[in-house]
Design a protein around this ligand. Structure first.
Ligand code: MN
Ligand code: MN
Length: 459
């Protein structure tokens, strides 16, 4: 009977029981490089900057407006308004035969400063925020925070702001109520535990010397003016993002896990990037997308719904065929994280179809909510192709679905790629505590996601 079972049943195995020695060693080096990237890329703009530096070092050059079309083996990149990045390596075959695209996003849930953020109350200065993406607000109190972003001055000059990154730099905190006085608060439901308007950064406490009102606010503004040359009105034209200050670390006694902020979806963004940086003259042109604005619906000029992607492809194609003809023959891996089965909260998952830590890259045929609403639902043929691709290239993979039926749901950029007539499937790293200020992934799954994208580029 065991023999027949072996033949007929689908059996999933822990990746560490089947990984070959070469990959076992390589995943540690890969994880170390990824952790360095993640630590330095705390915002979408920083992710672009770090990625461009790596791409330049690997021989990629900026795509010019009048580019005549990509040549076999040619390596180009395009930065869209500093917040999203597109890279390509020219294939041997013309783009009329389609491109192999991988699309991840580099924006992550965070708190943005409001446009008029600074105020003083009870001789303490605060910065008001408006959260970005889906967060559990209570997770953002009483943890060390940093401020990263840009301020566009009245002069037209743009100033980069980073407060809290250097070891001797001050950081910020959003205070929470002590348990001794939290009886009313603890009676509230989770979504009301911390109200959005209470997510205000403590920004200073020393009053400006002299008499009058708002002296602490004035002292804080004065220090900001000394450091960045900004006045209060300049906040109006600023994008200042509040992000967790935790360093990226190995987790677990066995060091098998990675803890850090923004792994959704910089973990897949890095996987794609690492894959395309090592791609030389593929069969079909390889395209790597690091998109912005996924966490708020892929809107905006730097989001995946933007025609900036068509414009990029048009320049690669260089008039050899229509963008639409290229899309209809293309393949897209929507590389975004998925929920890992958390044994502490197993009740929200259906075990048989959940992604498990250390079982490899998670393939999702569909995302969405309720009756697959909002999913692009990859075809059986496409899932079959990816399954074969993984098997033939030693990629450890698993099939997964985000949570129990009717438990909730989520989306990725997949549907915006499929709407373009591009065959698209979701594939990414399973994450524990997704969207928390400190997210957890496994080194093995990170590495296998890179291998999956690399196999697609090399096919
Ligand atoms: Mn994501
Ligand atoms: Mn997300």
């Amino acid at each position: 009977m065991d023999e027949i079972k072996n033949e007929l049943f689908y059996q999933q195995k822990n990746g560490y029981d089947v990984i070959n020695p070469k990959d076992r060693a390589a995943l540690e080096d890969y994880a170390a490089d990824y952790m360095t990237f993640l630590d330095a890329a705390r915002t979408e703009r920083e992710a672009v900057r770090e990625a461009v530096a790596l791409a330049e070092a690997a021989g990629f050059r900026p795509l010019t407006e009048d580019h005549p079309g990509i040549q076999p083996g040619e390596k180009v990149y395009y930065v869209n308004r500093g917040k999203s990045l597109l890279l390509a390596v020219g294939g041997k075959r013309p783009l009329a035969d389609g491109a192999v695209i991988a699309a991840a996003h580099i924006d992550s849930p965070r708190l943005d400063l409001k446009q008029i953020p600074l105020y003083e109350d009870s001789e303490l200065a605060y910065l008001r925020t408006h959260y970005y993406g889906g967060i559990k607000k209570y997770q953002w109190t009483a943890i060390p925070l940093e401020l990263h972003g840009v301020v566009s001055l009245r002069s037209g000059e743009t100033v980069d702001v980073v407060i809290g990154r250097d070891a001797d730099d001050p950081q910020f905190v959003i205070t929470d109520l002590l348990p001794h006085l939290a009886a009313d608060q603890m009676g509230k439901t989770g979504s009301k535990l911390i109200e959005g308007e209470k997510l205000c950064l403590l920004a200073g406490s020393v009053p400006y010397a002299g008499e009058g009102s708002d002296r602490v606010k004035l002292a804080v503004m004065s220090l900001l003016n000394d450091r960045y040359g900004i006045v209060e009105e300049d906040f109006i034209s600023a994008e200042l993002e509040v992000v967790p200050a935790f360093p990226v670390r190995e987790l677990g006694i066995d060091r098998s896990l990675i803890g850090g902020y923004g792994q959704d979806d910089r973990v897949c963004a890095y996987a794609e990037l690492a894959a395309i940086l090592e791609t030389e003259a593929p069969e079909c042109t390889a395209v790597c997308i690091l998109a912005d604005k996924e966490e708020i619906g892929s809107e905006g000029v730097t989001g995946m719904r933007s025609a900036a992607f068509e414009r990029f492809m048009e320049r690669l194609i260089g008039g050899t065929c229509s963008v639409q003809a290229c899309f209809s023959k293309s393949l897209c891996i929507s590389a975004d994280v998925t929920a890992a089965l958390d044994p502490l909260y197993a009740e929200v998952s259906e075990k048989q179809n959940s992604a498990k830590i250390n079982y490899g890259v998670g393939l999702c045929k569909f995302t969405g909510a309720r009756g697959k609403s909002g999913a692009s639902d990859a075809s059986a043929e496409l899932v079959g192709y990816i399954r074969r691709l993984c098997a033939e290239n030693g990629v450890l993979w698993q099939m997964c679905e985000l949570g129990k039926v009717d438990q909730g749901g989520g989306g990725t950029v997949a549907m915006f790629m499929a709407q373009r007539d591009i065959d698209t499937i979701d594939a990414g790293v399973p994450v524990l505590s997704m969207h928390a200020p400190f997210e957890t992934t496994s080194k093995l799954d990170c590495y296998m996601t890179y291998k999956c994208v690399k196999a697609a580029y090399d096919a």
